[in-house]
Write a protein that binds this ligand. Sequence first.
Ligand SMILES: O=C(O)CCC(=O)C(=O)O
Length: 264
Amino acid sequence: MKDEYFEKGYIVRRGLIPAHLITELNQRFVDVAEGHVAPAENMQVVRNVEIAKGLVTPKTTAHGISKMNFIQADPVLRQFSNYGPLLDQVTELIGPDLISMNSMYLNKPPHVDGRHPLHQDLIYFPFRPADQIVGVWTALDRTTRENGCLVMIPESHKGEIHPHDYPDWEHKNHLFIGVKDVDPSGRVHLEMEPGDTAFFHSKIIHGSGFNRTEGMRRAIAVHFANSRCEDVWAGHHHKLDKYSPRDDYRLVRGEDPNDYVAIR
Ligand SMILES: O=C(O)CCC(=O)C(=O)O
């Protein structure tokens, strides 16, 4: 697994997350989105920009949400980043001392521009080396080219970090920034079934397309860093708009010798 991951920059494990956990996660998303359960402190619930501007009316409130950030604050959604078989795979890739961060429930509503421009996740994280950070993304619906599945450019993690900015699109979703100078021709579409899980390198160039169906395209994601990484932001509470990855650090396995979680 590790050799393939470092060669291509990603790997997919089929059926890793069981159906009962997927049902619980999706129900919790609806409960929070529809106001039956209050969002946990620190969680951010973000609507798609066209819906927030009133240009499109969603079928339900949940249909209008593009993202929930820092979902580990919620006791039900937190089960994802604590799930043992998932942490076993992450341990195999980056080692046994693991901080989780940047946890998200990702929805791609129908009838709006929910594209995620091609980008590299390392721009959001203070930890180095980049090889010691992995993104984990699980499909909660069947994800296809038609509903905007994940897209990867294999081996792009072997290159540099590129400049990022908002794309030149009419509707720009909050923090959906991308690489300016990328050739997308070699991209691969990762079509996945619910429970299938992609593990991807923090420098790989990836994104996703339009949802051209009538349904939501739901997924859940979290990133992990080896807690022995260096903090190249030197402890500063670096913020991208209202977003700071430190607000979401948790120790999920092993030790935290640098006390990264304590200083969040
Ligand atoms: O779920 C998606 O559509 C893309 C998510 C992604 O690339 C990210 O959050 O870094």
